[in-house]
Each structure stands twice: as C-alpha cells, then as structure tokens.
Design a protein around this ligand. Structure first.
Ligand code: SF4
Length: 337
C-alpha cells in the first residue's frame, strides 16, 4: 500500500468512529479515484455507517410536484427556469389530484410526503394545499415542502398550515448558475428552524465540473444545518437547459460521493440521500423519493407518466435488492414540539 492509499484508509478509520470528519479529510475523500480499491473501501464504510445510524432501515419519501410554470429565478439546471425556455405557460395541479396522490402514497406506505413548487408559486395556494393534505393524512405522517425562500413570518405560516419541515439546499454554484444569493438560502434555513420546521437538505446538483473544494464547502454547509436528512445528489441533465452540455457524473461516481458524505457527517443524521440506484443504495444511501406531478429534472407535465419519476414500489425494490429493510409507517424525527 502506498502512502496515499494509507492516508485514505486512515481517514476512513477516523470516519468510522461516527463523529464526522474535518474539511481537509473530506476533500481528500472526494478526490479518490472512483475505480480504486480505496473507493470501494469508502463505499463499504459509508454503507456500514448508515446501517448503524439507521438500524439497517431505508425510507422512501413521496414528492408531489404542484406546478411547472416558468420560474424567473433562473437556476440553469432546472427545467422550470425561464432562461432555459423548456417550460411554457401556466401549469398547476388541481387540489383534487394533489389529495388523491397524497392519499394513495400514504396507503401504499410512503414514509413522508413532500409538496414541491417553483419559487413563484403563490404562498396562499401553497398554504391551502398544505392544510388540505394535512387534513387527510395521519397526524404523525411528516408533511414537507420544497419551495422558494421564505421570511420568518412566511415560515411560521407554513408551519401553521400543517407542514413539519422544508427541503432546502444551497445548490452547487448557488449565486453563479442561479440568481439567488447563498445568504438568502441560508437565511431561509434559519427562518424555517426558528419557526419550528425540520430541514431536509443535500449537496446538489453535482456535475462533473465541480471541484473537491466546492463539494467540501457545500458538505460542511449541509452538516451545519443540523438536518433530519442530508446527502448528495448528482445533477440530472435536462435537454435544453443551460448546463446540459456539461454532462453528468455517473451513478458510479455518485455512489462514492454518497459514501463520502456519510463519513463526513458521521452517525447523524439517520437519513442519507439519495438512494435512487442500486449503486448508491449499496454505498450507504438510505433515502429515496418517489415522484409524481411536475419535476425540475424532467420536462413532462406528470413525471410519473413516461418521465423520470419513479414509483414507490420501484424505490422500495431498489432498497430491498440492496439489502436494506424499508421502514414501515411514518418517518420519525420531523415533527417538532
Ligand atoms: S430550482 Fe427552484 S428557484 Fe430555481 S428555477 Fe427551478 S423552480 Fe425556480
């Protein structure tokens, strides 16, 4: 074993203590060749640590995309962004459909339900959707929302409507390939937490152009958010979007990064995303999303109809085939007092 390999094995051993790693160690792990023996050791370690953190259980959360109207925030990776010209006209899912999806998802065993909207979807409408979904799902079923940035007052309204948490991230290249400043994203996280909402986050959307420095910087931001779920997700190239030509990292590389995230963060949080493939589920990801409705990684009106959106059954099968148990019932830890 040469000195570099030895160093990686030593970092992994420190990571296996479950207390997280310093930035310099995280950066070194992100730089490992995905084909190398050390990379497979990292994947093994990431998986072992997540299994310990979550008692061998994976979860599938269910996302309902509420709208797909063009969004002026212009994130260059997103199919909703005006600058990409992929989406045209107003597209909103009617309340009856949202409720039907939520009802079916709970019946079919989703561990949490998440409503997704563009940043410009009306807050009043979002609150109305949240209240209506909250009324038909069990009180202990977590209800999350992935929407635009919010003030403290707006976050309090979101909480009062029956949401328990938000998905929110400082995206790769935030403020450069998006028009939203990093500080605005971080302020929303703070406002949500101050309003009693839990956080789900991720280092995303990761592409081949991203350096180990930026991966490490965003990993640290995620760790500092004290989220209930976090991890790493690769960018899905949507034809027509400005970043499409930059390409994608492979699932193989992504599976290494997912394992690195776990070693970086330690035993908390319990949920490591994103487990959308056998490779990532093998490497320590234990959270995946089933998706219906609109989807920023897709151009279909209904992602479940011939698009990217995977079903609850498919996501569950990926985990079972990867040796995970899948949690039955509502995901714990999201509903704060
Ligand atoms: S990622 Fe969100 S904020 Fe950015 S363009 Fe898409 S919908 Fe708008």
């Amino acid at each position: 074993m040469d000195t570099q390999q030895k160093e990686i094995y030593e970092i992994v051993e420190r990571g296996m203590a479950g207390k997280g790693l310093p930035d310099k160690d995280i950066k070194k792990l992100y730089e490992v060749n995905p084909e190398s023996e050390e990379a497979f050791h990292i994947r093994w370690a990431g998986r072992a640590l997540t299994r310990e953190a979550a008692d061998g259980k994976a979860e599938v959360h269910a996302q309902i995309g509420l709208n797909g109207s063009p969004c002026p925030k212009n994130c260059q990776f997103c199919s909703f962004a005006v600058c990409n010209g992929v989406r045209k006209g107003k597209l909103e899912m009617p309340l009856e459909d949202v409720l039907e999806y939520a009802r079916i998802y709970e019946e079919d065993g989703a561990n949490a339900i998440l409503l997704l909207s563009t940043a410009t979807y009306s807050l009043a409408k979002l609150l109305e959707m949240g209240q209506a979904v909250r009324e038909i799902i069990s009180p202990d079923m977590p209800l999350l929302v992935n929407t635009g940035d919010m003030t403290l007052e707006q976050a309090q309204q979101v909480n009062a409507a029956g949401f328990n948490g938000i998905y929110h991230a400082v995206r790769m290249g935030e403020g450069v390939v998006t028009t939203i400043p990093v500080e605005t994203r971080l302020a929303t996280i703070k406002n949500a937490q101050a309003a009693g909402l839990s956080i789900s986050t991720c280092v995303e959307p990761v592409g081949p152009e991203h350096t180990s420095e930026e991966l490490t910087e965003k990993t640290r931001m995620c760790i500092d958010m004290d989220a209930v779920s976090a991890g790493l997700g690769r960018r899905i190239g949507v034809p027509g979007t400005m970043l499409y030509d930059l390409g994608m990292i492979t699932e193989f590389t992504g599976s290494l990064f997912v394992a690195v995230y776990r070693l970086a963060t330690g035993l908390a949080p319990r949920l490591n995303c994103s487990g959308h493939s056998l490779l990532t589920a093998h490497s320590g990801a234990n959270l995946a999303w089933a998706e219906v409705g609109t989807n920023p990684r897709d151009t279909k009106e209904r992602t479940e109809k011939g698009g990217r959106g995977q079903s609850l059954a498919t996501a569950t099968r990926v985990f079972l085939e990867s040796g995970w148990e899948v949690l039955e019932g509502p995901s714990p830890g999201w509903i704060l007092d």
